[in-house]
Every structure is written in C-alpha cells, then in structure tokens.
Ligand binder design. Sequence first.
Ligand SMILES: [Zn+2]
Length: 728
Amino acid sequence: MKALMLSFVACGLLFGLAEHAAAADPAKTPGPLAQDNPFAQPSPLPYQLPPFDKIQDAHFRPAFEAGMAEHRKEAEAIARNAEVPSFENTIVAMERSGRLLGRVSAVFFNMTSANTNPELDKIDQEMAPRLAAHRDAISLDPLLFARVKTLYEGRAGLGLDPESLRLLERYHTQFVRAGAPLSEADKARLRKMNEQLSSLTTQFQQNLLKATNNGAVVVDRLSDLEGLSEEQIGAAAQAAKTRKLDGKWVITLQNTTGQPVLAQIKSRALRERIYKASIGRADGGPSDNVALVAQIVKLRAERAALLGYVNHAAYVLEDETAGSAGAVNKMLSSLAPAAEANARKEAAEMQKVIDLQEKGAPGGPFKLQPWDWAFYAEQVRQAQYAYDESQVRPYLELDRVVKDGLFYAAHELYGLSFKERTDLPVYQPDVRTYEIFNEDGSPLGLFLTDFFARDNKIGGAWMSEYVSQSGLLGLKPVIANHLNVVKPPAGQPALLSFDELTTLFHEFGHGLHGLLSNVRYPLFSGTSVPNDFVEFPSQGNEMWATDPGVLAHYAKHYSTGEPMPQALVDKVLAARKFNEGFATTEYLAASLLDQAWHQIPASQAPAAKGVMAFEAEALKRNGVDYYAVPPRYHTPYFAHIFANDYAAGYYSYIWADVLAKDAEHWFRTHGGLQRANGDFLRAKVLSRGFSADSITLFKEFYGREPEVGPLLEARGLTVVPEGGKPGR
Ligand SMILES: [Zn+2]
C-alpha cells in the first residue's frame, strides 16, 4: 500500500470527473512558443528522452500556455471539421492531438514529484485549476461529442479492427461519464456540484490537518513514556516545545486509526488516551468533519443520479475491473470472514500473554482492547518472528539487486537485456539510464532509475512515464522508477531493507507494464488501466524478489559474496505473514465502509447527527465490527475517500492483490521462472495496456475468473472461519 504508481503523461484527451474548482477563465491565446524552448519540438534524443540538460524552470509556463492553446485549437478544428465524421478525422485525430501539452506535462509533473523547487511548486498551483478547466472545456464540448456519438451509433458499419472499435467505445464512454450528453442546464448543475465538492473535500482535508494537530497527546510525566527510545522521547519533548509546552512531551498522531507508538508504550492508561485521541479526530469539535461527510455523500449521490447512475459507487465501479458494486461486495465479503477468524486467533495468542503477565495484578488480567493490540502483537513478534534488520541488509546491496535480481528476472522471463547509457542527459546526477533490448536485439525502450531520497523529492516510491508507447505515434516507452533509499556516504554500498527490496520489485512491475506495452493507440498505453488493475503487474512482480532462483542470484553479502543463509531467509519470509489477520481485517473494514457510504442514493444519506450511527450500522451489517480491530480509518478522518480520489475505490488495493497472488499461483504451478511463462504473461497482459477490458485480460491469462484462495494463503490467513472455509 505504500508504493504508489503515478502516471502523468497527458495523452490525446484527458477525462475525468474531478472534484476541482473549474472556474478559471479561459486563457488568452498566447503567442507561438519560442523555438529555443526545449518543448517546442519532440526531443531529438534517442527514444525522445527529454533534453534534461536544456530544460529550465522558465520553459514550463510558456510551454503549458502554448500546449493548452495548441490542444484547444486542435480540438476545435476536429469539432468544426466540415467533413462527415470519420474514425480517422475524429477519434484518431483526437489521439494525435495535445502532443506539446503531453511533452511538457510529462516532464513537469515528474519534476514536481522527484526534483522540485519553490518555483515549480508555484507553477503547479497556478496550472492545476487551469488544466482542470482546459479538460472540462474539451470533454463538455457539444460539437465534439456529437461527432463521437454519430460514430459510436454507427460503429457496427465502420469496419474497425478490435482495438480501433474499442477506442471509439472508450471515447464515447469517457464523454458520457464526463457529462457530455447532459443539457446545458444540467451541465451547469454538474459544474456547480463539482465546485461544491471541491470546496467540501478541501475543507475536509484542512479540518483533518487541524484536528490531527489538536489531537496530539500531551504527557506530563516522563515515566509514562517508558518503552520509547531516547530519540522518540527527544522528538516528543521538541514537539512540546514547538507548542510552547516546555517541560512536557507531545505525542503527535499519524493518519491511521492505529498509532505506531502504541507498540512500545508500556503505560496502558497512556495507550488508551492516544488511541481515543486518534479515533476521536474531527468527530465533533471545532474541526468537525462529520457535517462535511453528510454533505459530500449526498452531493456525490445526487451527481451520480444526474449522470444516470443509482449511486456514486455504481458510477465509479462501472469503469473499474470489478465492474459493479455487486462484484466488489462479493470479493470483500468473501475475504472478511477468513481475515477476522485469523485476527481472533491472533487476539487469543495475545490474551494468553496478558493472562500470564497480569496473573498477580490487582483485579487480575484485563481483556485485550484495541489500544493493547500493537503492544502485545510486538511481544508475540519478538518471541516468534524476530530477526535483526542489520543482519539482512548486507545481503541486499542495491546495485547487485538491480543487476542480478530485477534485470536477471526480466531476462529470464521476457528475454530482456539492459545496457547502461552514460551518454544521455539526466536531471540529477544520481539518476541512471538503461537502454533495454528484446532477445532479437530490437530496442524496447529506456528505463531511468532514481533511487535515493532527497529533500526536494516526495516520499514513497512510484513509477512514471516520460514517453508512453504508441504504435500510432511511433513512440517507444521512456519509463522511470523512484524510491527513497537513504543515500550512503561516498564509496559505501547502498544496503536495502527487506521492505525496500520488495518495493523495488513492485515498482519495476509497473515499469515492465509500461515498457512491454505494445498497443496502437496512446489512450491504451501501458499502465493506463483502471485503479483496481494497475497494481496487479506490480504486486505480481514482487513474487520474483523471494523466488528461490532469483533470490539465490542476487542475495549475496556485499563484501564477501557469501549467499544469504537459508535460516535468515526463512525467518524473513515467516515474519511477512505475522499479524496479517489484523492488517487485512482493518483494511477490509475501511473498504466496506467506503462502499457503504457510496452505495446509497441521496435520499438515504444521513444528516450530520446520523453519520456515526450509519458507520456503526454499516460495519455491523458487513460483519466487520469486531471490537478489537477497528477500521483502518473511521469516517471523520478517512481522507482517501473524502479528500482524495479513492471514493468507492479503497478496495482496489486488495482487488489487485487477489489478481497478483492468483497469478503467482499460476506461475508456481506452471514451472515458475521460465521464458515460456513470462512470454505468456507478456502476450496476454503486459503488452496489452487497456486495449481490452482488464478482467478479460486476466481471464485470457489464467483461463478463469480470479479466486481469493492464493491471497489468503500468501497472507497466512489459513484459519478456517466457523461455518465455512476460506477461498477456493
Ligand atoms: Zn504500485
């Protein structure tokens, strides 16, 4: 869940129902872009790699202006074309449009994430509403939609090949979903709703930030902090000072229900205070989000109705791999009983520890509460699964893992070879560039790695594209992977943790999805698939990190070259299944809560005072109200769905993981790391982007619908719930 995938490349047209302020004035037509602006023409470098050595901050603003103007002009020319609409003069023309905007967007949004500065941040704030308005102007253009509709209605007679037919259908779908068929009055209502939602969700985020800050727990006695490290206590004293509470300590809150410090703090009373501060955030008080939720949920439902859907989830899920609320409900509810049965087993083990330790305490042993979970889980972990991270790192040297792990697996599976190019410009000296070739020597694309943490780089890990593959435009992919590994001192090797290793393989899975793309149309390129499918190739690629053949190839001591001892490997692998009952249950509870909020019509949206009762009822009805494992997010601080783009979509992480673990099962039962297997996955899934419906791609690969059994097994969720068996 930590590793994101960001895809910034603007292709042809951008669609969406963004909850943004779309009120910006249309831009004045700028003059032509200066020819010495590096975005003015396609890059002359191999694979059209951006000329990083020539791009300066001052180039972005004029390139955006000219890019939007050019795109608007192209769209108008298509819309007002006097010729009868044809697939070529309408759909293909749109696919070819917006190239300048695409070039500048790709570099700009990569830079604001990976290598930003105050000037770029300023341009970003300035451009965000402008780009949103630009998008709306095109997707709500009635003349453009009229041409698409004419073609769509006559599609059977156009003699299109399957990919072209799908392209036409997707354009039609996207225009419809953006609201193009609405009357002008309804379009105005839609714009107003989007604006209102934009302001409500922004307010939700701002309230949450305040409530989280105000929810920080003040501690008066140092003795209460027993269990924390000196650094943590120092940080807590510093946090108190910042708040003018000298001589005290302040524990700040993280965004989730669970708080990491609960694993360490010995004082049960303090644990309870921290936990209650966490779950009480933004539920009433001066930064109340409850009233906002009531309004957001109602407005989203009304907007869905305006667009012709029974509720917001129906709108969102229609365009995802899942396809419908029914399919999501079925998947989540098939996982929940197994997850909870395992969580209860974990709780029972912890209760044993409590009973033993508290036998002689006044009042006897207590019953495990949510604020105790992390603390006793940590004790069980120490006793049963502990390994020392510093023993593992020397076997995971970054360069060797990349060459003998990542690239090795890609060679064995897909026949790829990698050649470092030191002659091409980079935006930062730590970035490395590789040219990739197929087995027959034909060039595939470029792969950029940017692995070290910097102050001007956002946290986490992600994949992005500078150039998206497209047969129509004759483009081969230029793909980048970003991590935040701490950079070692000069001359020292970069040694990874096991988590970082997994993330590396994860992001390279996204990378391969972009690199192996072999589609005609830009709209379908590589990772331009639904949210609940995009994590499938990445989570799937994680399997090669722990594949015995691959691991033996890269996991060697950086100085002695000794292989990683098997006992250590086994310990690391066993630890990965620890506490998964809890983790999966809290995640599923939040996912089901998200669905409950978005599977109702406006008439059923509760008033502010009924919001928390709605939540409690939804958790109960879905069987995820086990008192010891609360949802990962309670409604008032569930920013994924009330401030970000995951409304009705929080389930996607586990949906994609079901596909990934199912695919891993397929590999295991078909001989594992073999060229024939890799080629099959490449042919059926990785090369096809979104040129076919995602669930169809999966079924053509596996030969059946996805099943949840392998995921339960991979997470160690093997305790059978009463009255049924998990999985297959
Ligand atoms: Zn990912």
